[in-house]
Structure formats: structure tokens, C-alpha cells
Design a protein around this ligand. Structure first.
Ligand SMILES: Nc1nc2c(ncn2[C@@H]2O[C@H](COP(=O)(O)OP(=O)(O)OP(=O)(O)O)[C@@H](O)[C@H]2O)c(=O)[nH]1
Ligand SMILES: [Mg+2]
Length: 299
């Protein structure tokens, strides 16, 4: 006779339009900064797994790029493909929207989720930003009519409000399964990948509106030495004119980015880090499928 499985394990996708707070939510759910975030839309470019142990349950959270209709270049098409394919094979979907801010982009997500039969929980994020709380209830009522939801949670990812309640609900949808990952694993992504992402986050946060979309970061060297980890990363831009902007006056911007990223990477690794950054040009990489593949944008 087979003994019944006492553990639960399953996949939970965090989906929604850009900038609603999916990555912030992933980080706060797993209690560690893993996914990069910024006030600019389309920050997340890759699917990212965050593993959370909760007693006899292993929750596999999947952060996704924001779903959007703008598919004017190869990178944008890659982002949408990645986000769309992330919906497959999930045990439950957490659709993230913003409190009192329903945009056309949310209708697009609604349309995308039309055909799926996976349970969908709606997380209405950024409730801390709604000054007049009396507006919240009518908004929740309005969005509850949009489709069938397994549940609706007003949350603040940033202030960690209602996240434990949300997680308790998520757990109910995870099937009996052995753990798919070791109990001390945090993600299936390599440290090389995460290091490049931390550098990209600092660049997005410090640069203007356009340049973040014209650059990507690649770790080229990652070696554990006795007392520190030596990492070297390339920041790829699309044109020669973009290089001096990324470097900044007498290297000031690059220095600040390196210092900030180094701290985040050291915290993730739990050891000292020596980080070198180089800026190089790869003409038109963001609209070139082959260049995208070379730079790690693979389905
Ligand atoms: N006030 C407030 N801001 C939040 C909250 N959650 C996220 N934000 C902010 O919203 C912005 C976008 O957050 P992200 O987590 O990067 O959003 P995202 O949905 O992952 O965005 P993409 O990766 O571009 O699709 C950042 O400036 C966050 O600090 C929240 O609960 N309250
Ligand atoms: Mg994100």
C-alpha cells in the first residue's frame, strides 16, 4: 500500500500589466530581494522563480514580465511571449492590478486570461496609495464583476499588508506533491543571472525614460576567490552616443551603479563582492532576434 503524500507543492504565477507591483510582491512574499523593481514599466524581462517554504508546503512563485500590447520590436515580443507562456501549467494565478487605477492594459490582461480555466486570485495592490479609503470598496466591487475570481485581496506589497492572508489562500490551491526543489533553494536562476539583473536595476533607476530600454547586462566573469567573489559584467547599449550617458561625468554614474549593485549582490551571496562594469555597443540588439538569444533572452 502506498503512503499518502503529506507535502504540497505547486506553481503560482504573478501576472498583470507592467508596473502594478508583481516583482515587489514576489520579493515580499518570499522575504528576500530577488526580483528587480523600479517605477518604470517593463522592468522585468525574464520569468523568475522564487521558492518559499511554508511548513509542509513548497510554494513556487513565478514572477513574469508585464503583459502589454506594444509589440513594436523583438524585445517587446519576447516579453509578451514570456509572460503569456508563464500562464501555462500553473496551479493558481495571482493577477495583480492597482487599487483605484484600472487602465486599458488591465483590459488586455483580462482578455488574455479569458480562455484559461486555472483559478485566478485578484490582488488589488498599492492600497496604501489610496488616500480616501471609502473609494476602495466600490472599486473592489467594480473589479469583482470583470470575471470570476477565486478570491479578491486588497494588498500593499510594499507595506506587507494582507500578504499572509493572500498566501494562505494560495496554499489551498497547491496539490499534494513531493517538493520539486531542495528546501534551502531560493530560485532556479544562477547567481550570474541575478548579478546582471541587480546591475540592470540600478541602471534603470538612475537613467532617464528611454535608455533603460536600450540596454541589457550580461555577466561575463564570475569566480569565487578565497575572500570574495570576483564578478565582471558588460552593459550593452545600442549606439555609441549612449555610452557616455551610462558612464556619466568622469565615470560617476557607472561608479554609483556599481557600488549599489555590489551591495545587493553581496547580500544575496552572503560574501564580499568585487564588481567590474564595462560598457559596450551592440548595434540594434533589442530588435534583433539572434542578438537577443545571445544575450540570454531565450524562451
Ligand atoms: N505605494 C506602493 N508602491 C508599490 C507597491 N508595490 C509596488 N510599488 C511600486 O510600484 C512600482 C512598480 O513595481 P514593480 O514591482 O517593479 O512592478 P512590476 O509589476 O513588477 O512591473 P514590470 O516588471 O515592469 O511589469 C515600483 O516603484 C514599486 O516600488 C505598493 O504596495 N505600494
Ligand atoms: Mg516586474
Amino acid at each position: 500500500m502506498q503512503t499518502p503524500i503529506s507535502t504540497h507543492c505547486g506553481y503560482v504565477a504573478l501576472v498583470g500589466r507592467p508596473n502594478v507591483g508583481k516583482s515587489t510582491l514576489l520579493n515580499h512574499l518570499i522575504g528576500q530581494k530577488l526580483s528587480i523593481t523600479s517605477s518604470k514599466p517593463q522592468t522585468t524581462r525574464h520569468r523568475l522563480l522564487g521558492i518559499k517554504m511554508q511548513a509542509e508546503t513548497q510554494i513556487l512563485y513565478v514572477d513574469t514580465p508585464g503583459l502589454h500590447q506594444d509589440v513594436h520590436n523583438a524585445m517587446n515580443r519576447y516579453l509578451n511571449r514570456t509572460a503569456l507562456s508563464s500562464v501555462d501549467g500553473m496551479d493558481v494565478i495571482v493577477w495583480v492590478v492597482e487599487a483605484s487605477r484600472w487602465l486599458e492594459g488591465d483590459n488586455y490582461v483580462l482578455h488574455t486570461l479569458n480562455s484559461i480555466t486555472t483559478p485566478v486570485i485578484l490582488a488589488v495592490n498599492k492600497v496604501d496609495k489610496v488616500a480616501d479609503k471609502t473609494l476602495l470598496l466600490p472599486y473592489l466591487q467594480e473589479v469583482s464583476q470583470k470575471r470570476e475570481f477565486s478570491d479578491i485581496f486588497p494588498i500593499s506589497a510594499l507595506q506587507h499588508k494582507n500578504l499572509d492572508e493572500l498566501e494562505q489562500k494560495i496554499i489551498k490551491y497547491l496539490p499534494p506533491n513531493p517538493f520539486l526543489f531542495a528546501e534551502d533553494e531560493l530560485t532556479n536562476r544562477s547567481m550570474r543571472f541575478l548579478a546582471a539583473e541587480m546591475v540592470r536595476e540600478k541602471l534603470i533607476r538612475r537613467l532617464g525614460a528611454e535608455l533603460p530600454y536600450r540596454l541589457t547586462v550580461q555577466t561575463e566573469y564570475f569566480v569565487d576567490k578565497e575572500h570574495f567573489t570576483h564578478i565582471s559584467a558588460i552593459i550593452w547599449v545600442e549606439r555609441a552616443s549612449q555610452k557616455p550617458i551610462v558612464i556619466g561625468k568622469r565615470g560617476s554614474l557607472l561608479k554609483a551603479v556599481g557600488e549599489e549593485a555590489r551591495k545587493d549582490i553581496a547580500e544575496l551571496l552572503g560574501r564580499k563582492v568585487y564588481l567590474q562594469l564595462w560598457v559596450k555597443i551592440k548595434e540594434g540588439w533589442s530588435d534583433d532576434d539572434r542578438a537577443l538569444q545571445q544575450l540570454g533572452y531565450t524562451d
